[in-house]
Design a protein around this ligand. Sequence first.
Ligand SMILES: Cc1cc2nc3c(=O)[nH]c(=O)nc-3n(C[C@H](O)[C@H](O)[C@H](O)COP(=O)(O)OP(=O)(O)OC[C@H]3O[C@@H](n4cnc5c(N)ncnc54)[C@H](O)[C@@H]3O)c2cc1C
Length: 209
Amino acid sequence: MLFERSERVGRGLAYAKDASSYLLNTSAQTMSVVPGRRSHFFEWLGERGLAPVRRGAALLRASSFFGDYVEDCFARTVDKAKRRGIVVSTTHDEVAALAPRPSGGYRVVTRGHAPVDADVVVLAVGNLPSNRFRALEGPGFIASPYPSDALRTRIPAHARVGILGTGLSAIDAALALVAGGHEGPVTMASRSGLLPTVRGPLHDHELAT
Ligand SMILES: Cc1cc2nc3c(=O)[nH]c(=O)nc-3n(C[C@H](O)[C@H](O)[C@H](O)COP(=O)(O)OP(=O)(O)OC[C@H]3O[C@@H](n4cnc5c(N)ncnc54)[C@H](O)[C@@H]3O)c2cc1C
């Protein structure tokens, strides 16, 4: 029994349908959900005529494509399980509480569905949002560039925008602003002031003895 609060299973924040400028931060050649088949995602893209775009030496793709891939792999796995008599169900709801049961296991309490009892519960809820900067919350503060809606809807086109950080998330934020037609100045600042290193091509290596 899977419980997922968003409409889609497998995307999370990282691979949601979001700004097309949001790229995978890892080469498409090495992202895979299949053990032992490192280039499974790369092959999946190729089969659909979606070959990755070469940026410098790296082969990249919008991160939502990996979400499509995970969804597809999940659907196939559920089908395979079904053929073997294993039922995988998904409840689209937020789990609000886990109540220990006197006889063992937990009662899984969701917001809108009847509670479900489980012998074993696995938490796979991803990274929880930071609550360190609550004091800054207000109209001029956006805690994360993911998803990009807040950048598009909450920042006036001519506002002066300061982005804290100069890494991949900062670049995503700046590109999403540009793609959304932002016209005011955008300044990125970090302790190092450096942009991320350029990714090189990937080669297989033979271990030397
Ligand atoms: C913006 C971003 C970009 C990234 N890009 C890359 C990349 O390019 N390459 C890479 O290798 N890694 C990347 N990562 C890392 C990536 O997130 C992880 O590799 C992986 O996707 C995490 O998977 P997960 O299942 O642990 O968490 P998630 O994918 O976050 O999934 C957690 C799921 O739990 C659900 N959930 C949470 N709480 C509840 C609740 N109470 N009830 C019901 N459902 C709930 C959420 O809706 C979500 O769907 C990125 C991460 C982020 C944040």
